[in-house]
Design a protein around this ligand. Structure first.
Ligand SMILES: [Zn+2]
Length: 79
């Protein structure tokens, strides 16, 4: 039987679909009976959705050239 203290460590695996069948059923059962943990898991799910929406639109998320250019412009003005 899963307890509330077990939920945080299993929640992300649950949302990623990486829990074993047995653990997933146990967690779902706990979420049915525990409003607090249900809210907690829902908040994580919403956070993941929000982060996916807010991801940068550039082809390469690690492309820092525009940032470097802007930084150089700003530091030039201070000279
Ligand atoms: Zn709980």
């Amino acid at each position: 039987m899963i307890k509330c203290k077990d939920v945080p460590e299993q929640a992300s695996d649950y949302l990623d679909g990486e829990l074993t069948f047995r653990k997933r059923i146990a967690l779902r059962f706990h979420l049915l009976i525990c409003h607090s943990c249900r809210t907690y898991v829902q908040q994580i799910r919403n956070t993941i959705k929000t982060v996916k929406v807010l991801q940068p639109k550039e082809k390469n998320a690690l492309d820092t050239c525009p940032l470097i250019k802007k930084f150089r412009e700003l530091t030039k003005k201070q000279d």
